[in-house]
Design a protein around this ligand. Sequence first.
Ligand code: PAF
Length: 319
Amino acid sequence: MPGLFYFKRYAESRTAHPCLIGGCRDREEKPGAERRIIMEITGSISEVRAQVKEWRKQGLTVGLVPTMGYLHEGHKSLIDRAVAENDRVVVSDFVNPIQFGVNEDLATYPRDIEADKRLCGEAGADLIFHPEAEEMYAPDFSTYVETEKVSKGLCGRTRPTHFRGVCTVVCKLFHIVMPDRAYFGQKDAQQLAVIRRMVRDLDMDIQIVGCPIIREADGLAKSSRNTYLNKEERKAALVLSRAVFYGESMIKNGERDAEAVLEAMRGLIEAEPLARIDYVEMVDADSIQPLARAAGRVLVAVAVYIGRTRLIDNFILEV
Ligand code: PAF
């Protein structure tokens, strides 16, 4: 895979570890002008490790943005934050097979590595880790990381092996990159809670940074799976954000009874003929245990099928 060149305003010159594929170190940089820097891409675990070791030797901090690719503005907001808070940023771009259930969309999950490279380059990432599944999982791979309880409700009910797959791959990515900080979107609020729990329970010395949901202009939460929606479904998908905004306003206006909030949200969603509710729930945002009344750090989360596409959305409020 070739190295990539992007233009970016940059105050210092950067060097990449020489082992990385396609790196070029003979570029000319004009003082005060937009300077050419290198963003590298590799599928090799040992090359990522070598590069990070090099950065560490220089005393640089490292941020990691784990993704499954098909990057959009939501991912870009994570990379932007990572670039702002770390000296170097690694974006992993890997559709992780073990977090998909048997009847889920692994085969059709959207992929576009060329577009991903462009977005990462423009956002100022330093390295994309884009491994093949064989690089991540030996044929006799047999070690998994599983969080109990926190991964069992909400999405864990419909997708019983999902968070085991997420935790395992994130744990592996943490061991490969050894970042100071790792960045995750709040759109996957349960995933964020599960990863925080794993990091706490297993004493991983990594700061987990949760970043706000990024929405389309009409309110739909950005998601790679939005591309599955046809025109009619795209319109119908707005029931998720409409329900989320409505529920949020009810709590902000003083409603505390979970069932009252959830009933109103369900009513809005059920009025849309293309929508089928998977769940609409109020839980504690850290433990993911159900709440009867809004108190503490409250997560109200929805998962709704629009046609065959399952979408999620949520809000978190401190009450
Ligand atoms: O949120 C995602 O895109 C994935 O679940 C993650 C965290 C990259 C693990 O594969």
